[in-house]
Design a protein around this ligand. Sequence first.
Ligand SMILES: *Cc1c(COP(=O)(O)O)cnc(C)c1O
Length: 416
Amino acid sequence: MPENIVLHPESLMMSYGYKPELSEGALKCPIFQTSTFVFKTAEAGKSFFELAYGLREAGAGEEPGLIYSRLNNPDLEILENRLTLWDGAEAAAVFESGMSAISTALLELLKPGDVLLYSIPLYGGTNHFIKHTLTKFGITVIGFTHFHNREQIEELVRSRADGKLALIYIETPANPTNDLFDIAMLKSVAHHFSTPDKAVYLAVDNTYMGPVWQHPLKLGADLVLYSATKYIGGHSDVIAGACLGSKQLIQRIKTLRTFLGCMAGPWTGWLLLRSLETLKLRMDKQAHNAAYVAQFLAQHPKVEKVYYLGFLQPGTEQYDIYRRQCLSAGAMVSFDIRGDEQEAFRFLNALKLIKLAVSLGSTESLAEHPATMTHVDVDKAERDALGISGKLIRLSIGVEHHQDIISDIGQALERV
Ligand SMILES: *Cc1c(COP(=O)(O)O)cnc(C)c1O
């Protein structure tokens, strides 16, 4: 194949970054279940440490040597290299959970006295870490919703964080209502408050769209974060996380990862390498199924409202953001059932094929009740303002046959 043809990421997931000749010719990357690596010579060990600790610049074509699995391991490095292809990132770092990716990135980019601006609602764990952990270290945190326009966001910063803004952190689409935040606009806000000696960064948790349907770095974000437990892992059998961005920022985050010790283990890395081979296939099928499910829900008399990106109306600001930043309507569909918590619970308890469980982005379809489960920790007033009420149900659509998913939803709605 000519050298200059750029292959699609899905064509590279089976081979990229792996050299069979370094592993006895094994076609597949083995699990490097080892804590430490043997140096050929003392000089090689010295040189690996010089690079790892940044004591000198890498020479042309020089790769960091393998030292110890808290610093690096082939399963992690190959996984990181493959992950960069989807987002067009310079570098990636993988973690033992989405939360460790998020908390390590936030701790590296913030220091006492700084202000963090964040979108509401956030994933429950992130919300807790920001409100209860970061604030213990003298970091001020300010939330905003998709109802805030650019002027209102800038006014929030001017009135409460003048000169102290360090990071904007968002999730878009917001979980569970699929509200969108404008990545390019928020990058421009970050830029507006940056000074020559202090850059304000924009970080985006892209878990909800996965690496296939939205590429925040290309829209201006400095960092993209994933719970790799969700679409990237995709089989509900592993907890993992990832963070991607420029070489310089990822190097900083990897250094903190080394000292917090929250890198992914080799077995986690291997499972994710396997999952990445089918990432595109799975996500395509999930989005395809979700479109059928959303259509079915929209015409059902027991359903009051459907929250699905594919239903945004042309001419609205949300639709414009959707067209600019999302490549698909995704596989997360939420809806308000006619009634309240009681009716929602009756529906959830009647499901057979779809499992009643939190998490998302996996091969099996899942259903849950945000107000009493994933979002129970969000302030009641915020929940009400955002429409996270007793009648709201969140579905993550899997790869089953779409008719089977729909008939399960249909029979459960009949029981309400
Ligand atoms: C699940 C999730 C997380 C946390 O990831 P873990 O892998 O469970 O630690 C963070 N953000 C979002 C949007 C999530 O859905």
